[in-house]
Design a protein around this ligand. Structure first.
Ligand code: GLC
Length: 483
């Protein structure tokens, strides 16, 4: 079985977050279970430093009356365990950002998305490798299934290729003017309530949901939540309509790269059988690095985008009280919302001995935080899967998180099953509930043997990609069986 991943991001070449990481690691596990998987990603500015070979031939996309030509490059095999095809179009993709620059989203994002999605259905003419399944990720690749359906309808022969759409975050849908749709060269019948139209606008993710053979999202709980008004981001009706073809497959993590036993980027290594003294040394190092005062108190970490989804405003509203009570110190790494960045900076200035703050994105520091903290906060309003809590657990930092999406699926709550628990889950996005959870966590930390056992359980939670890869394989088989 041959599968082509179609994605705007693939780690380590281009990534802004979890999507890139998943697309960079799941194909490796799929190849191991016998699914030949390759990746198609635009050649963004940041990918250009990697050596690739341009193949002969053009992919031509007609956009209104304009002809847009792109090429396909193959990444040098030495740089990746899986084959990566780059879609080359300097004018559309050769930019510094993936979706946006400092001025905001690129104004031609809709066209860029069409060019990528359409190319996925044509690539075999250039590569001489024809995928059985086109597996698109998120809104930017979502129109792939529609271009595929249009291509196969034209041929009038039995369907030979199938499609899957994976939703990594329903919040980002790719919403544009209706006029863009008419330039897309998709059949007019694909406009409308059962296609790309959403209340008069063009909604690329919705079109993908309507057209894909199967739809997946990145955790079982999120797959249920998005059918409801509370989490459906206004697409709940489409998702309910496609309910029989929608399922949740929990993301794994790259266990080789994220392994405290041999991670070269943390000051001291340790494993689940004996977290101490390695973990303590990592904590001391972090406290020194951020010039915090009290080593004998629990250290609580945050590594996150500062964005409404992540619920860190809840933390902001309880931090002054928590600090006044005198327990716990915090290390926060994140960037995003300028207002939140400013508020956290102000607090860090007022409590320099208790709050260590770094505004930015820093992979090595993230690892030191997972390794050096006792607890890890993730108060997300919604969380399709969440990778950080999985990294934190593996590095022995116990998560304190909202009971939602993938957080519910990866953490066994202290309040549900104390003897099996691997973290703390609070019910709704209210500051008081977050505060209560942190307080309970700190009380538990005082009970050394309970805390140590919980830490070992968390570090032993299975999180490899193998399980997910088998599930995707089954999903692909359903697609092929049904076509
Ligand atoms: C998005 C989601 C996150 C998920 C990741 C990978 O970033 O917000 O929850 O873990 O995609 O699927």
């Amino acid at each position: 079985m041959k599968v082509l991943f179609v994605s705007p991001e693939v780690s380590p070449f281009a990534r802004t977050g979890g999507l890139g990481e998943v697309v960079g690691s799941l194909p490796i596990a799929l190849n191991q279970v016998g699914v030949e998987t390759k990746i198609l990603c635009p050649l963004h500015g940041c990918c250009k430093t990697f050596p690739y070979k341009t193949l002969d031939g053009d992919i031509v996309f007609r956009y209104g009356n304009t002809k847009i030509k792109s090429q396909v490059g193959v990444l040098d095999q030495k740089h990746s365990p899986v084959s990566v095809y780059f879609l080359i179009n300097e004018k559309l993709f050769g930019r510094t950002g993936i979706y946006a620059d400092e001025k905001g989203d690129y104004s031609d994002n809709c066209l860029r998305s069409f060019v990528l999605s359409h190319a996925a259905t044509q690539i075999e003419k250039i590569t001489r490798w024809k995928p059985d399944i086109l597996h698109a990720h998120d809104w930017m690749a979502a129109a792939t299934s529609a271009y595929l359906n249009a291509k196969q309808a034209k041929k009038k022969s039995p369907k030979v290729q199938g499609s899957v759409l994976t939703i990594h975050n329903l919040e980002h849908q790719g919403v544009f003017n209706q006029s863009e749709f008419h330039k897309s060269r998709l059949p007019n019948t694909y406009w409308g309530i059962d296609g790309f139209e959403h209340h008069g606008t063009l909604n690329l993710l919705k079109g993908g949901i309507q057209h894909a053979d199967k739809i997946s999202t990145v955790s079982p709980t999120y797959a249920q939540e998005i059918r409801t008004k509370a989490h459906g981001q206004n697409l709940e009706e489409s998702l309910k309509f496609r309910g029989a073809d929608l399922l949740g497959i929990l993301n794994g993590i790259d266990q080789e790269s994220w392994n405290p036993i041999n991670d070269q980027l943390i000051p001291s290594n340790f494993g689940p059988h004996k977290p101490l003294p390695g973990k303590q040394l990592c904590k001391e190092d972090l406290i020194k690095e951020f010039k915090l005062a009290n080593i004998k108190e629990p250290l609580i970490g945050v590594v996150s985008r500062l964005h409404h989804q992540k619920g860190l405003d809840l933390l902001l509203s309880i931090l002054p009280d928590m600090l006044a009570e005198g327990r716990g110190s915090f290390i926060i790494l994140g960037s995003g919302d300028k207002v939140l960045e400013k508020e956290f900076s102000k607090l860090a200035d007022s409590f320099p001995e208790r709050i260590g703050l770094r505004i930015g994105f820093d992979d090595a520091l993230a690892r030191r935080i997972f390794a050096g903290t006792d607890f890890f906060l993730m108060p997300s309003r919604f969380e399709p899967c969440g990778l950080a809590q999985q990294y934190a657990m593996r590095y022995g930092s116990i998560p304190v998180a909202r009971n939602t999406g993938g957080l519910s699926d990866t953490i066994i709550a202290r309040t549900d099953e104390k003897s099996k628990s691997t973290g703390y889950l609070f019910k709704s996005a209210e500051p008081k509930l977050l505060l209560d959870s942190i307080k309970l966590a700190i009380r538990d930390w005082d009970d050394e043997s309970f805390y140590l056992n919980m830490q070992k359980r968390a570090m032993n939670v299975p999180s490899s990609w193998d399980v997910a890869a088998e599930k995707y394989k089954t999903l692909y088989n359903w697609v092929l069986r049904d076509s």
